[in-house]
Write a protein that binds this ligand. Structure first.
Ligand SMILES: Nc1ncnc2c1ncn2[C@@H]1O[C@H](COP(=O)(O)OP(=O)(O)OP(=O)(O)O)[C@@H](O)[C@H]1O
Length: 316
């Protein structure tokens, strides 16, 4: 596990990472999310030891970061490689720093993605370069991999192959990946935990699946005067006030995260036991009552709103 305690880094007096406490469990992919300038890359560079913190500490498996260099591979946005280097040569180069580097594994994985380990990396397309360095990073044998936008630029098939290779390593040897990204969508099927950074601070962190177990979205439709065509829809709501009354009652009885009405529908996101919520909603005699599946991204957005953040300013 990587433990970050009160980690702080300032540039020209401005905090890029601001008193962050964070635990990164092993054997999973951990997403660091946030907009441009949120502090994600600074965080990765601190975790890799490239940058020195101004304050705070980083422990890797309860040891100081300074004695953990062999455990951490940092893959930046644009990794460095020698002008004519091939994957085979880069594997040999990394072997000096990472004794666990598996050169045969590099060849095997490269073949499965149709990459030639003897072709100069500079002749690869952007996506092929990304694949090449992800393979090198996976085969370096480190316990931790830190990277920016891990699957960015990969076509859907390569992304799926890569995700499977990552899943296998995470399962087999507690391989732990910390990935900085703007997009939760890209990561939600593979990330165990995420942390959201905003202006250098930590907004929220946790296991998305645990949060997903306690939050539900329902849509209900109600009969109103307007349905009978007696008055216009708008007049229907304001004259009978039915929908507003229902919303008021629901807000008093349920732990509502978000609620809104449109036409004769009320859509609401609620925390709590699913069947109890459904029973409460039925007491209002809806004509239609449907549960709507929530993506993990939606759940996090809702959590963020509860904490008072306007998600549009925090994530794209
Ligand atoms: N070497 C540096 N010198 C001065 N300021 C820096 C330096 N590196 C980062 N910063 C500042 O620190 C803040 C966080 O930058 P960082 O690169 O960590 O953000 P990020 O979340 O990775 O953004 P992006 O998504 O754009 O890559 C920004 O305000 C940036 O200008």
């Amino acid at each position: 596990m990587i433990s970050v305690r009160e980690l702080t880094k300032t540039f020209d007096g401005k905090p890029a990472v601001d008193h962050i406490f964070l635990d990164i469990p092993e054997g999973m992919m951990f997403g660091l999310l946030g907009t441009n300038g949120a502090g994600k890359t600074t965080m990765l560079r601190l975790l890799s030891g490239i940058l020195e913190p101004d304050f705070g500490e980083i422990l890797v498996d309860d040891e100081s970061l300074s004695v953990s260099a062999e455990k951490i591979f940092y893959l930046p946005d644009t990794p460095y490689y020698f002008p004519n280097a091939t994957m085979e040569q880069m594997a040999k180069f990394y072997q000096r720093q990472y004794p666990g580097m598996d050169a045969e594994g590099v060849t095997y994985m490269a073949e499965s993605l149709n990459l030639d380990v003897r072709q100069p990396i500079r002749t690869f397309s952007k996506g092929m370069k990304r694949q090449a360095f992800l393979i090198l990073a996976l085969c370096a044998g480190t316990k931790y991999l830190l990277c920016d936008e891990v699957f960015d630029g990969l076509d859907p098939i390569a992304a799926e192959v890569m995700k499977n290779l990552f899943r296998q390593e995470m399962k087999e040897r507690k391989f732990t990946v910390v990935v900085a990204s703007h997009r939760l969508q890209e990561l939600e099927d593979i990330c165990g935990n995420i942390a959201i950074l905003h202006k250098g601070g930590l907004v929220t962190a946790g296991d998305m699946r645990v949060q997903a177990e306690n939050m539900w979205k329902f849509q209900c439709a109600f009969h109103t005067n307007a349905d009978k065509g007696e008055i216009t829809e708008e007049e229907g709501w304001s004259s009978c006030g039915k929908l507003q009354d229902i919303m008021d009652r629901l807000e008093n009885t349920l732990d509502i995260v978000r609620i809104h009405s449109e036409g004769s529908f009320i859509t609401l996101t609620v925390r709590g036991d699913k069947e109890e919520i459904r029973a409460k909603l039925k007491e209002e005699h809806p004509a239609v009552l449907n549960e709507i599946p929530m993506s993990l991204e939606e759940i996090f957005i809702a959590e963020m709103e509860v904490k008072g953040y306007d998600i549009r300013k925090v994530l794209h």
